[in-house]
Design a protein around this ligand. Structure first.
Ligand SMILES: Cc1cc2nc3c(=O)[nH]c(=O)nc-3n(C[C@H](O)[C@H](O)[C@H](O)COP(=O)(O)OP(=O)(O)OC[C@H]3O[C@@H](n4cnc5c(N)ncnc54)[C@H](O)[C@@H]3O)c2cc1C
Length: 384
């Protein structure tokens, strides 16, 4: 491959890298994707909740972008279906937001105000699709649930399986000519103020444009670019519970207000997550404290899960940016390099749309959504 020239190269084979590469090859660009397959790849651990309409924690900037990203999801899922890329686990399973204990009543009230104000502002979802329901109706939808003090139900909230989605996009991209390489990008090739390719395990590969979608590991390229990329690993532990002989296929997702949630899957499985361990460093292992929090919280919200078996515990390192928003697009002062990282706890929600927009920039097109609020320039300081 030495001396080979591509129109574009993508560093990273998590959802951001894979989806960026897919959009590039779909537009006809001869593209290389390089992935090192680090333990702790966030995409492999993600819970897969796609439900900006029930989010009350993040800023309006996040919400507006997430709403656009959610609108884009079905389009891409349908394309992948047409391209017979394989199952993605995407389904509109619905979601409950509940207050269980007394200390959750006030945050529930605040969430209700934000959720319904945003619905009003956007004019969707329809009231039939996003409304309050009684504690009894909530329990009927999700039988293991505790007696709750309040519940909001989103009928159209969706989930996706990060591993399946990533594999499907990769398969579709490969069918369109993507060249995939397992390896580590050691550094970028630079000529003056432009990035002109990359070095993979000692080989120099030229590319017209390079995307850095290295998840929590993206920061490593900052030094060479003379900038700081403020993205760091935030460990997330998540537990997969099995409920023998129980049909979970119609259960909605559930979130409460101690930062945790549950995502049911059709194979008698409920996934309970996730810890948010800011400052964890690159340490993708389970911990006793983490697992305790997950189990305590799952049983607090859903005591009916007490008999569930523990099937698996996954750990991922979320690429968390300094302000919690994605880091997207070009690097000022350096041509030919683009960032697609920093999605933290919402990369499965935002990632497909972010990837589409970054690919558009790499192709010299104006992205469909202005990326300025997500540019590195919002916190860049020159380091060399
Ligand atoms: C427990 C957990 C639950 C989550 N739940 C949700 C959720 O419900 N909804 C939601 O929207 N999001 C969720 N997320 C967040 C989401 O999973 C992430 O934001 C997203 O997957 C990040 O994708 P990425 O491609 O940026 O990074 P990653 O998936 O981490 O991929 C980065 C890849 O880049 C590779 N790489 C790095 N450096 C190099 C290099 N130099 N050379 C070659 N390859 C390199 C790595 O090996 C890795 O494979 C969750 C995350 C976790 C951990």
């Amino acid at each position: 491959m030495d001396g080979t020239r591509f129109d574009a190269a993508v560093i990273g084979g998590g959802l951001l890298g894979t989806a960026t590469a897919y959009h590039l090859v779909s537009a006809g660009a001869r593209t290389l994707l390089v992935d090192r397959g680090d333990a702790g790849r966030a995409t492999d651990a993600g819970a897969g909740i796609l439900s900006p309409e029930t989010n009350s924690r993040d800023s309006d900037a996040w919400f507006d972008f997430a709403a656009e990203a959610a609108d884009y999801y079905p389009t891409l899922i349908e394309r992948l279906r047409d391209e017979q890329a394989g199952d993605t686990g995407f389904a509109r399973c619905g979601k409950l937001v509940v207050a269980v204990s007394d200390d959750e009543v006030e945050p529930f009230g605040r969430a209700r105000r934000i959720i319904f104000e945003r619905r009003q502002r956007r004019g969707r979802p329809k009231p039939d699709d996003l409304h309050e329901i009684s504690p009894e109706d909530a329990r009927e939808l999700f039988p293991p649930l505790a007696r709750v003090q309040g519940a909001i139900y989103s009928r159209t909230a969706a989930r996706v399986d990060g591993r399946l989605l990533n594999a499907a996009i990769l398969a579709a991209a490969e069918a369109r000519g993507l060249v995939i390489r397992t390896g580590s990008v050691e550094r970028l090739l630079r000529e003056g103020d432009a990035v002109t390719g990359l070095v993979v395990d000692g080989e120099r590969i030229h590319a017209g444009a390079v995307a850095i979608a290295g998840g929590a590991w993206s920061e490593a390229f900052g030094k060479q670019l003379g900038v700081s990329i403020p993205v760091a690993p935030q460990r997330g532990q998540i537990i997969h519970l099995g409920l023998r002989r129980t049909d979970t296929s119609r259960w909605p997702m559930v979130s409460a207000f101690h930062e945790q949630y549950m995502v049911p899957w059709p194979d008698s499985r409920v996934v309970a997550g996730a810890t948010r361990e800011t400052g964890s460093g690159f340490a993708p292992h389970t911990t006793t404290a983490g697992v305790r929090v997950l189990l305590e919280e799952a049983l607090r919200v859903a005591p009916g899960l007490a008999d569930a078996e523990i099937r698996e515990i996954r750990v991922g390192l979320r690429p968390l940016s300094a302000d919690g928003l994605p880091v997207l697009g070009g690097v000022s002062g350096v041509a030919g390099v683009f960032l697609a990282t920093g999605h933290g706890p919402s990369g499965l929600t935002l990632g497909l749309y972010s990837a589409k927009l970054v690919a558009e920039q790499m192709l010299g097109l104006a992205p469909a959504t202005d990326l300025t609020p997500f540019s590195l320039a919002r916190f860049t300081r020159r380091t060399t």
